[in-house]
Design a protein around this ligand. Structure first.
Ligand SMILES: [Zn+2]
Ligand SMILES: [Zn+2]
Length: 250
């Protein structure tokens, strides 16, 4: 796969486009307004509104951006290059092309990056002709956020919710917080504030699907099989990540 294929985007309409190469999604907005005061901005008219998360599949390239916004709870993880909290875990079979001869997945580390913007619940990111409100939605990680475009009823949901198995067993995941965040997502649907979800993985989906995914998580998370599974995966992940990231400060 060439770099052009890897970074290709397809239009999602209304000045939005999304990456299409693998399961991890990023979104690009195009602002036509001069004087755009976007906090997260690349160049004059291009903005990346994909919600930041500390995990390596989203944070590995942050060091290449001039401006990086992240929730306050995860500033230290990124600033310290903490590969335990960033859940840096790769296998050789996931690598399409090694960056240099002899390179192995175990050599990969997330580069430390100093966030330029520390985000909190209720902050508004002004992209000129699009406003994104920060919603703190912990559970998957402690600083997970969604970005809500209220005017267009769009929700950039990052890793908080996507159309696949929700992960609540990583370092700093917390099931009780995740349930509360899902209850909030249900509230957004019930109050008709979301028409379309643009997630951090897989395909976009609508409000009805969001309601189903969130209510399903809420109903299953408290069951014994789910608790056992979360505990088992969390223990394994913790042991494995510590083994592969012996220099982390955790
Ligand atoms: Zn994640
Ligand atoms: Zn992810």
């Amino acid at each position: 796969m060439s770099a052009a294929d890897w970074y290709a985007h397809k239009s999602l309409g209304e000045g939005l486009s999304g990456s299409r190469s693998d399961s991890t999604r990023a979104y690009l907005t195009t602002s036509t307004k001069r004087g755009c005061s976007a906090k997260i901005r690349r160049g004059r008219t291009r903005c990346w509104p994909s919600p930041p998360t500390p995990h390596f599949d989203h944070s590995g390239g942050l060091h290449q951006f001039q401006q990086v916004g992240v929730h306050s709870a995860e500033v230290d993880a990124l600033a310290n290059g903490d590969n335990f909290e960033t859940a840096t875990w790769l296998s050789d079979r996931e690598i399409v092309e090694a960056p240099s001869p002899g390179w192995r997945a175990r050599h990969y580390k997330v580069k430390a990056v100093q966030p330029t913007h520390i985000l909190q619940e209720g902050d508004v990111i002004n992209l000129g002709d699009r406003q994104l409100t920060v919603l703190h939605m912990p559970g998957h990680s402690r600083g997970s956020i969604c970005l809500h475009d209220r005017d267009n009823k769009l929700l950039f949901s990052g890793d908080v919710v996507y159309d696949g198995a929700m992960i609540d067993w990583l370092p700093y995941s917390r099931v009780s917080d995740y349930i509360s965040s899902c209850e909030r997502l249900v509230g957004l649907v019930d109050s008709e504030q979301v028409d379309q979800v643009l997630p951090g993985h897989y395909n976009t989906f609508g409000a009805k699907r969001l309601h189903r995914i969130a209510t399903t998580y809420i109903s299953r998370a408290g069951t014994c099989p789910a608790k056992f599974s979360t505990f088992a995966w969390g223990t394994l992940a913790g042991v494995a990540l510590r083994a592969f990231n012996p220099r982390c400060a955790c």
